[in-house]
Design a protein around this ligand. Structure first.
Ligand code: ADP
Ligand code: MG
Length: 157
């Protein structure tokens, strides 16, 4: 099941992020896809804000991982966008560890990666529509993430 939401403005995306944040307080592993400027980091930032993260959330493009511990659950934010395909394969085991436990992990996925993520995760695909409009499409891979997507679709009309 895929749940898609069109956000006409950044404010719409903020509201979506606030609902999403309430559904992931037990932890989740989220992979984000979409071209540069689509709104992947913007969504991470808005979810972190909704979870009371106090630090400034920035794009981790050059350090690969940022982590935030001031909110109601730990938030980890990877950006693999510039990693080569084999680079992604070498860290899949490490990513799996981040998928276990009560923490929220976001991964902005590598541009050309062919890898499929071999554990429960929630995919978000972000596409431009026009101007400030973005389409956020959510898909659960595995039971835990599928339940989150179902509840998201039930909460948002
Ligand atoms: N509806 C919207 N949802 C998300 N971002 C939006 C929206 N409208 C405009 N933007 C802007 O688009 C840009 C998205 O950039 P960013 O999140 O860094 O992209 P990515 O991480 O996908 O490369 C931000 O400057 C953000 O303010
Ligand atoms: Mg980004």
């Amino acid at each position: 099941m895929i749940f898609s939401k069109t956000c006409k403005t950044l404010e719409d995306t903020k509201q979506l992020a606030q609902v999403f944040a309430q559904l992931v307080t037990d932890g989740a592993f989220v992979s984000l896809y979409g071209e540069i400027g689509a709104g992947k980091t913007a969504f991470v930032k808005l979810v972190a804000d909704a979870l009371d993260v106090k630090e400034k959330v920035t794009s981790p493009s050059f350090v690969i991982l940022n982590e935030y511990h001031s909110g109601i659950i730990p938030v980890y934010h990877f950006d693999l966008y510039r990693l080569e395909n084999e680079g992604v394969s070498t860290i899949l085991d490490e990513l799996r560890e981040y998928s276990e436990g009560h923490q929220l992990t976001f991964v902005e996925w590598a541009e050309f990666s062919q890898d499929e993520i071999p554990f429960d995760h929630l995919k978000i695909n972000v596409t431009y529509s026009d101007d400030d409009a973005r389409i956020y499409a959510f898909e659960g891979i595995g039971q835990t993430s599928t339940n989150i997507v179902r509840r998201l679709s039930e909460t948002i009309s």
